[in-house]
Design a protein around this ligand. Structure first.
Ligand code: FAD
Ligand code: NAI
Length: 471
């Protein structure tokens, strides 16, 4: 490689972890390159994840609300029609705007964007198979692997993104399927079930566990969420295991059985969405050429400063430990660069919020009741329902509650769990409280504007150490 292709730092993968890290590195004065093979920056999140799914969730919710929830508000509407092609176009435009925005930020921060697939030749050298043809080699003093994750396949069901789909197919269907089955009642399953059920599909979610929502969601909240989603028309089969599938005919057939042994049945649908989790992605990266370690779940093994056993090679985002969330990946991008430039960095893994963008939204941060119980922590619970919140009442959106868990002795907040309107925005306050080590009394004594949904958060905090006023 020539002198010109030597970099202080090279990111492999231009997803949220890699692109944020690259911008931070550029801002810190490092000579920076980012290799991305997709053709656009932003990774799973911007191209086929967070952003397109939220566009469809928002617009399908509006459509559903206009169909079912306007009369009592004094709005009569007629002749409401779905224009799915336009809904998809609006989604594609949001995605294109944001991915181009990242490209602009690369230029602004002097990051070299190399389009192609990177693979390790040795500990400092990466060969790039260029998208436009040909190949090049670049060297990095530091290298950061940020290659993300992919859908975990369901054995025996081949993905064609038409009849048997992953989330990538689910954000791009060209017509509303008559019947859809979702394997896995985690966050992807429930968000996509919401979209297609609102648009008119008959959706059944099959979940292996007794509880929907995936890892981390508090049981009380998960139960409420399931009840509210069922009211919207989504059918649930919990405690149910999918044994095998067959997509050879017109539709797809799934053999399922009760998880604890028992009844077998065959379910049929036009489309089946596989949403049983995601797994780290390292295909074609050539890690065998440098001998870094993977754990039993194929996550790249790192220390607290994101270093592999080759210390100048670090790993961030979905391809390593921790929750597979965009904001976690982003925090790691910044921290990894700070470890290099300053010698210290910071991500508080105890205060990473999770949001499920269904309606109502579900959001949480910190520990849930089951986790506190199994850790033997003595805790108090304060709850406040949105039925008693003035803004929720005026908005005619009273489903849900705020639940705060605090240490019984010190009153320090240990977990915040919300189901309700705008829960995803409100959780920022809970996250800040956790980050600052606030007590529930600290929050309860903070003046909150009236009338806002956030007052429910303040009153749940009051209920944790004393009594709520309005309930
Ligand atoms: P990725 O975003 O997967 O980026 C990795 C990039 O590396 C990819 O673009 C890939 O093309 C590239 N790459 C891989 N190998 C190579 C190579 N050898 N050479 C060059 N490039 C390579 N998270 C949230 O926080 N909020 C949400 O609302 C949310 N919604 C989601 C919805 C869906 C449908 C899905 C699937 C995920 C969602 N997520 C959400 C999760 C989020 O998308 C991920 O946590 C996030 O994208 C992880 O970022 P990353 O940079 O680690 O990996
Ligand atoms: P998940 O881990 O959240 O949920 C998978 C669900 O499938 C679990 O409830 C599991 O019990 C169930 N399951 C597994 N095998 C099964 C089987 N054979 N039959 C029936 N059920 C089975 O994974 P999901 O939903 O695929 O999401 C992947 C990742 O993407 C998550 O880690 C999530 O953090 C991220 N994501 C985040 C979003 C957000 O923040 N809003 C949105 C979408 C995805």
């Amino acid at each position: 490689a020539s002198e010109a292709s030597d970099y202080d730092i090279v990111f492999i993968g231009g997803g949220v972890a890699g692109y944020v890290g690259a911008i931070k590195a550029g801002q810190s004065g490092l000579k920076t390159a980012c290799i991305e093979k997709r053709g656009t920056l932003g990774g799973t999140c911007l191209n086929v994840g967070c952003i397109p799914s939220k566009s469809l969730l928002n617009n399908s919710h509006l459509y559903h609300q206009i169909l079912h929830d306007t009369k009592k508000r004094g709005i009569d509407v007629n002749d409401v029609k779905l224009n799915l092609a336009q809904m998809m176009k609006a989604k594609d435009e949001s995605v294109a705007g944001l991915t181009k925005g990242v490209e602009f930020l690369f230029k602004k921060n002097k990051v070299d964007y190399i389009k192609g697939t990177g693979s390790f030749v040795d500990e400092h050298t990466i060969k790039v198979n260029l998208t436009e043809g040909g190949e090049t080699e670049i060297k990095g003093k530091n290298i950061v692997i940020a290659t993300g994750s992919e859908t975990t396949p369901f054995p025996g069901l081949e993905i064609d993104e038409k009849k048997v789909i992953t989330s990538t197919g689910a954000i791009a269907l060209q017509e509303v399927p008559k019947k859809m089955i979702v394997i896995g009642g985690g966050i992807i399953g429930l968000e996509m079930a919401s979209v297609w059920s609102r648009l008119g599909s008959e959706v059944t979610v099959v979940e292996f566990l007794g509880q929907i929502g995936g890892p981390g969601m508090d049981l009380d909240i998960a139960k409420q969420s399931q009840k509210l989603l069922a009211k919207q028309g989504i059918k649930f089969k919990v405690n149910t295991k999918v044994l095998k599938g067959n997509a050879s005919g017109d539709g797809v057939k799934l053999d399922v059985e009760a998880a604890k042994g028992g009844k077998n049945e065959t379910l049929e649908a036009d489309v089946v969405l596989v949403a049983i989790g995601r797994r780290p992605y390292t295909d074609g990266l050539g890690i065998e050429n440098i001998g870094i370690e993977l754990d039993e779940r194929k996550r790249l093994v790192i220390d607290q400063e994101y270093r592999t056993k080759i210390p100048h090679i670090r790993v961030i985002g979905d391809v390593t430990f921790g929750p597979m969330l965009a904001h976690k990946a982003e925090e790691e991008g910044v921290a990894a660069v700070e470890f290099i430039t300053k010698g210290y960095g910071h991500v508080n893994y105890g205060a990473i919020p999770s949001v499920m963008y269904t309606h109502p939204e579900v959001a949480w941060v910190g520990q849930n009741e089951a986790e506190l119980k199994s850790a033997g922590v003595n805790y108090k619970v304060g709850t406040f329902p949105f039925t008693a919140n003035s803004r929720a009442k005026t908005n005619l959106e009273t489903d849900g509650l705020v639940k705060i868990l605090a240490d019984a002795e010190t009153d320090r907040i240990l977990g915040v769990h919300i189901i309700g309107p705008n829960a995803g925005e409100m959780i920022a306050e809970g996250t800040l409280a956790l980050e600052y080590g606030a007590s529930s009394e600290d929050v309860a004594r903070t003046c909150h504007a009236h009338p806002t949904l956030a007052e429910a958060f303040k009153e749940a905090a009051m209920a944790t150490y004393s009594h709520a006023i309005h309930f």
